[in-house]
Write a protein that binds this ligand. Structure first.
Ligand code: NAP
Length: 376
């Protein structure tokens, strides 16, 4: 199910804390960075914080610049982004600033939490999501019902930790502030527990006044049928590779990337790569990896078009090559049309061989774009 683009935003001290233990909110950023945050807020459809942050900081979460608000209105958007909070208990102070400033508000909670939240008369739409709160369900609801396409998450630590661990964060915007907290009881950005192995991708560093902004993208593929935010990034790369193929009137343009479970790119390929006029993208990528590489068993193949089930140009179709390489997860954007092979079902071949096939249909247009001339 489509989700909004999820951007985690936080500031930490040099010793990794989000706040101190005092009653007042610790200001980690300076004026230049607060203005940058204001700009990011103005660019999104919704801002989410956990109930813990509302209780601790009593934040307003507004777009403060009148110019940015006017620009939003001129672009046909609400003056303020939707404000979203998450609470299992429903223990929320109806007098908190969150409810009485800015635009619309929504609370995602449990059945029990909804009873409590409604009883205190919160000025918000209260949405129960069952006995437990499920983040995928929440993001789907924001996307489908609230029309949210970009979501900024401003903490606190429990919220950031869950979204990152569940592979639901597209981006982390982390600001490092030049001060120490030094209190073991103070809240940290990320709690203990399992995270993706390997490394995130650093996409930007920028000094902002006396703090440094670092932007990272998670890279670890999802597992089984559940897509992760990183699956979207890798499939987008496969679609870019497809767009860069030498054009052909007699074969599809396809891009493929093979990624290890820890987010390491093992290889990439595209149709008609090098001097080979008939090589397929997945075939070209797999040929660059040493057979028997132990990382293949838990790797994911991203292919803009479903791997082929039959082909005239080579003895083994790509679905068979993937299975033979030991890969058991494939993410693709577009099922193969009948242009060259009637009833091609690479996904069926892969599933029959024990592989999980995830189709992210929201990328179909991008995968198809370099092949429009081949699709009736
Ligand atoms: N430096 C920064 O950038 C920054 C930004 C934001 C916050 N902060 C700091 O972070 C601290 C607060 O962080 P925190 O980790 O304590 O709180 P938090 O992450 O803001 O909120 C935690 C609360 O959210 C609800 N929640 C979280 N996951 C849930 C789930 N899966 N299902 C249902 N409810 C869920 C629960 O509310 P209920 O208890 O109501 O069930 C939980 O107690 C404060 O000190 C604040 O100053 C710092």
């Amino acid at each position: 199910m489509p989700h909004p683009y999820v951007l985690l935003s936080a500031a930490v001290s040099l010793d990794g804390y989000l706040d101190d233990t005092g009653p007042e909110r610790l200001l980690l950023s300076g004026p230049a960075d607060f203005d940058r945050v204001d700009e990011v807020r103005a660019s999104v459809d919704a801002i989410l914080v956990g109930a813990g942050t509302i209780r601790a900081d009593n934040p307003r979460l507004l777009v403060n610049s009148p110019v940015r608000r006017a620009d939003r209105v001129a672009a046909g958007r609400p003056e303020y982004p939707l404000k979203v909070t998450v609470s299992g208990s429903g223990d929320l102070d109806p007098e908190a600033n969150f409810w009485h400033t800015g635009g619309e508000k929504v609370v995602y909670t449990t059945e029990k939490g909804a009873e409590r939240a409604r009883a205190v008369g919160l000025a918000a739409d209260v949405v129960p999501l069952g006995a437990e709160l499920d983040w995928r369900q929440l993001l789907t609801h924001l996307h489908d019902v609230r029309g949210v396409r970009r979501l900024m998450v401003e903490g606190g630590g429990q919220i950031h930790t869950q979204l990152l661990r569940q592979g639901l964060a597209d981006e982390l915007q982390l600001v490092l502030a030049p001060l120490f907290v030094g209190e073991p009881g103070a809240p940290r950005l990320f709690g203990p527990g399992p995270y993706q192995g390997g490394r995130l991708r650093l996409v930007e560093t920028r000094p902002v006044g006396d703090v440094v902004l670092m932007r990272y993208e998670p890279t670890a593929p999802g597992s089984g049928p559940l897509p992760s935010a990183a699956d979207h990034h890798w499939l987008a790369l496969a679609c870019e590779l497809a767009a860069a193929c030498p054009p052909s009137r007699t074969a599809f343009s396809v891009g493929a990337v093979v990624v290890a479970a820890d987010g390491t790119e093992l290889a990439r390929g595209h149709s008609r790569e090098g001097d080979d006029p008939v090589v397929h993208a997945e075939e070209a990528a797999l040929a660059k990896i040493t057979p028997g590489d132990p990382r293949l068993a838990s790797a994911t193949v991203y292919s803009s078009l479903e791997p082929c089930a039959r082909r005239a140009s080579r003895p083994s179709p790509c679905a068979r090559l993937i299975l033979a390489a030991g890969v058991r997860r494939v993410v693709t954007a577009w099922r193969e049309p009948d242009t060259f092979v009637a009833g091609a079902d690479g996904s069926g071949v892969l599933a029959g061989g024990g592989a999980e096939v995830v189709v992210l249909a929201e990328f179909e247009g991008r995968a198809m774009a370099p092949n429009r001339h081949l699709v009736r």
